[in-house]
Design a protein around this ligand. Sequence first.
Ligand SMILES: *Cc1c(COP(=O)(O)O)cnc(C)c1O
Length: 362
Amino acid sequence: MHVPFFDLSKEYRELNREIHGAIHDVLQSGRFILGEQGERFEQEFSSYLNTKYSVGVASGTDGLTLSLLAMGVGKGDEVITQANTFIATIVAITLTGAKPVLVDVDPNTHQIAVDQIEKAITPKTKVIIPVHLYGSPSPVHTIVPIAKKHSIQILEDACQAHGAMLKGKSVGTFGSVSVFSFYPSKNLGAYGDGGAVVTNSLSLTKKLRLLRNYGQSKKYHHDTFGVNSRLDELQAAVLRVKLKNLNKNISIRRNAVETYKQYLKKSVFPAEIKESTSVYHLFVIEHPTRDKLSEYLSQNGIDTAIHYPIPVHLQKVYSYLNYKKGDFPVSERLASRILSLPLFYGISKKQIKYVSDVINSF
Ligand SMILES: *Cc1c(COP(=O)(O)O)cnc(C)c1O
């Protein structure tokens, strides 16, 4: 049996009529940038999350960068985030000219180690970015009082966590601003790149709308700095169809993980924060001989992935930050132990049982 790591075909088969219809309508309208589809998607996405505003942008990375700029972050500032995240979180910080300041993660949850945040705060700290890693809520509610005490803002990197819940609220509603990615393999994925920033602040929303569109208050009136980073109409139309299917997608993933956990009797999984509901963008296990396990799975037709094999502080491109091996021991240890198992819309019980049997026999 071959089990792919990821597969979009089942969702497409189910939604294809509606998606083709939505794409056709956009083509017919002749309007491809900043039109009705984008506006409607923004409204629907913010009402799904229960935030006041949502601003469509060209990618999650752009969403993070523009959010930091809207919050006034730039050269001379510091932004705290975790050592085990996708590189985009750090790219966004460095693009603004600010310095990324890293902290380790919790060995049980793999989420940001909240007890290390306060030690990392300096007078230059402007923003803390907790990442809801794997689609599981980070304990952002415990960061809120720390941020308040030091007058620092929170930017949630919710790029993997559309619809995840914490203490009865959607993630993405705890920080000043939160960012979602619609990269095709994300739980809410476009057919290309896309992203959104959500917030309850009207003033940040206004800044973001200018930042994503050349700072134009009206055509060719450039009042402030801005770039070209818009969610296009075709992607917005596709996302409107897929948003209606997001809860189903989440429950398929949650059921699949339940099934994995029943079969995988001896495996170690990240713990979840109390009163939280993961949307399982990724399903991660830990194993002491991870590389041998993934090789064995591959020999048995099972594709896996690692999120992420090298923590940020050991990436060549960020060597100028002067971190060294041993600085974030938990992130380093996890990087050698974690393995993401196949998980996607339409994965069958048979496939999950097969993957689990192979792991158990290893
Ligand atoms: C996907 C992702 C991003 C970046 O999103 P893009 O849309 O690919 O730019 C940022 N942070 C995290 C944690 C992600 O998983």
